[in-house]
Write a protein that binds this ligand. Structure first.
Ligand code: KPL
Length: 326
């Protein structure tokens, strides 16, 4: 077995398994697409429940979207490892946890992260990327934004509800990165089943996704409604408009350009996803902590640093907090 700190070769990097941190819908989709060379790092209780304690288990993952017309679930065998005592070096890691769980999840595998490891963060919101870069400065960090739609019906049972695209780009990598490793990393991700593109500057896309989420997700919770129901009531639509205006003000100040006016874009997303409940709505429904601190909370903290007041974002967060939603 390779020692954690021994320098890796491109051949070794190529063959190294893909580790997935976060066994939710996105994590399972990636594990599925990268199988048989993927391993989901699971919490001890989950690991024991699904593997009966053997070291690495074969797990069945069902996906029902891809052949939805025939309603045939796709099944793949996927390895599962116990996050608590996994000790082989990790070279390629995809993190799909909730934004607020990123650092604690990464800390659990820190001892086994190879110094030349590449980490890909695929998450909603912003703030977690900066925190990871700060705490894991020597690793090569990639960030992605996806429009894939997926949800779980049970652990490892994923419904791939909508085929979307994923863009990935480097996150201010300051450390020396072996170009062969980066090339292998990109090739392997492009070759798997999802539609993946690599771009040089991922920041505008991450901001665009953040902006859209900031003008939709919290409101769906405030009004207990589906995405499309923000369009059909003038009072709710006014909220959307104000949030969009304030978000654009912040983006202007940060010199971040959007491809089209935010309100227009958000209305388009609301139409496209009219029948969906936002991810934040689903979190609240399932009594899970939300990612709002990494969405509107991040927008407010960026605005504060620039001396900007965003009254609608502030009011939204206050009204949600009064309902006990954070
Ligand atoms: O990304 C989303 C989410 O729910 O988090 C939107 C775009 C709002 C679609 O539901």
């Amino acid at each position: 077995m390779t020692k954690t700190n021994a320098p890796s070769t491109p051949e070794h990097f190529q063959a190294a398994p893909w580790f997935i941190l976060g066994g939710g819908a996105m994590g399972c989709l990636w594990a599925y697409d990268l199988a048989p060379n993927s391993i989901i790092l699971a919490k001890p209780e989950r690991y024991l429940q699904y593997t009966n304690g053997s070291s690495t288990a074969l797990i069945t993952t069902k996906l029902s979207y891809r052949q939805a017309s025939q309603n045939v679930p796709f099944i793949c065998e996927c390895r599962l490892a116990n996050i608590q005592n996994y000790s082989s070096p990790i070279l390629k890691l995809i993190v799909t946890t909730k934004a607020q769980d990123t650092l604690s999840a990464l800390s659990a595998v820190q001892h086994t992260l190879h110094p030349q490891a590449h980490i890909l963060l695929l998450q909603n919101g912003m703030g977690s990327q900066q925190a990871v870069k700060e705490q894991f400065p020597i690793h090569t960090l990639w960030c992605g934004s996806t429009t894939q739609g997926a949800y779980t019906t049970d652990f490892l049972h994923v419904v791939h509800a909508g085929f979307g695209q994923t863009a990935i780009g480097p996150w201010h990598t300051t450390s020396e990165t072996n170009p062969h490793f980066s090339a292998i990393f990109q090739q392997q991700l492009i070759a798997q089943g999802q539609q993946v593109t690599f771009i040089k500057d991922i920041q505008p896309l991450l901001w665009q996704k953040l902006a859209v989420n900031a003008c939709i997700n919290g409101l769906t919770v405030l009004f207990t409604c589906k995405n499309g129901e923000l369009l059909t009531c003038p009072n709710r639509l006014k909220w959307v408009e104000k949030l969009c205006q304030e978000t654009e003000q912040l983006l202007d100040n940060k010199h971040i350009a959007l491809t089209k006016p935010l309100f227009q874009h958000v209305c388009h997303v609301l139409k496209q996803t009219a029948e969906n409940y936002s991810s934040t709505y689903m979190d609240v429904t399932h009594q899970r902590p939300t990612e709002l601190m990494y969405i509107n909370g991040f927008i407010l903290s960026e605005a504060k640093q620039l001396g900007l007041l965003l009254p609608s974002h502030t009011a939204l967060m206050e009204q949600l907090a009064q309902k006990g939603i954070f």
